[in-house]
Design a protein around this ligand. Structure first.
Ligand code: BG6
Length: 238
């Protein structure tokens, strides 16, 4: 159900081009860090695991504290059921000062072919167009189709969104909690050609639908407090 590029690089510090990279403590360029923050390039350790779920944790290293002077622990729990995958983020501020965060679960959804895919659930929702200097517009269509590069941050969206794939006759549903926004992204031809870890034609096989705290953020996290957010992925055949 998830897309993974044939050219993905599995060697840090490169983020893996596919699956669900974790953008934290910053989404995109919404802050001083490099694109999407450093957690997607960090080592996590196994905290707990069973046959259907796993909890991983990372704590800010001294190196990372030079870039982002706020100690935190980020735990990620992934549970796989017969019908769904749940992914929870829990970030605890373990420092003495509040800090601000933005974040996303950068979910790469595999589709049979991009012209047969569309995203539903966003009609009437305001968005920032990242291809037009974050210009604010309102979604007019019943669904979002793809015929060119698309990179938008939908603001304060409904919590249930779907990528419908008419080719495979299925819809991948994302149910989100604690993420007000949702990013929709497809790099299309030119951007795909410019990415060394992405095949030239692979833009036809994926759509990113990313629960996020982006344009509606940031979230301020007080010392000792935990921010929690979650997505649940499921599939509907039709
Ligand atoms: C999306 C952004 O979330 O991620 C895009 O909205 C960006 O602007 C894309 O191009 C991929 O980012 P990266 O850093 O993984 O190449």
């Amino acid at each position: 159900m998830l897309f993974l590029s044939n050219k993905a690089v599995f060697k840090p510090p490169k983020a893996i081009r596919g699956g669900i990279p974790i953008c934290f403590p910053q989404f995109g360029g919404f802050g001083p860090l490099s694109q999407h923050g450093f957690c997607r390039n960090s080592d996590f350790e196994l905290v707990d695991g069973g046959s259907t779920s796993v909890t991983l944790s990372m704590r800010t290293t001294e190196e990372q504290l030079k870039l982002f002077p706020h100690r935190f622990e980020l735990r990620v729990t992934i549970s796989i059921g017969d019908e769904e995958l749940e992914q929870t983020l829990e970030a605890r501020n373990s420092g003495d000062e509040p800090f601000e965060l933005t974040a996303a679960l950068h979910t790469y959804i595999a589709v049979s072919s991009i012209e047969k895919a569309h995203v539903v659930g966003l009609k009437g929702v305001e968005y920032m167009d990242s291809l037009q200097d974050k210009k604010r517009l309102t979604e007019q269509g019943d669904s979002i189709t793809f015929s060119e590069e698309l990179d938008r941050i939908y603001l304060s969206t409904p919590d249930t969104l779907e990528v419908v794939d008419e080719g495979k006759k299925r819809a991948i549903q994302i149910e989100k909690e604690g993420f007000p926004d949702a990013v929709v992204w497809n790099p299309w031809i030119k951007k795909a050609a410019g990415m060394a870890d992405f095949g030239d034609d692979e833009y036809k096989e994926m759509v990113c639908l990313e629960p996020a705290v982006a344009g509606s953020g940031p979230v301020a996290l007080q010392p000792g407090k935990t921010w929690r957010a979650k997505q649940t992925l499921s599939v509907r055949q039709f």
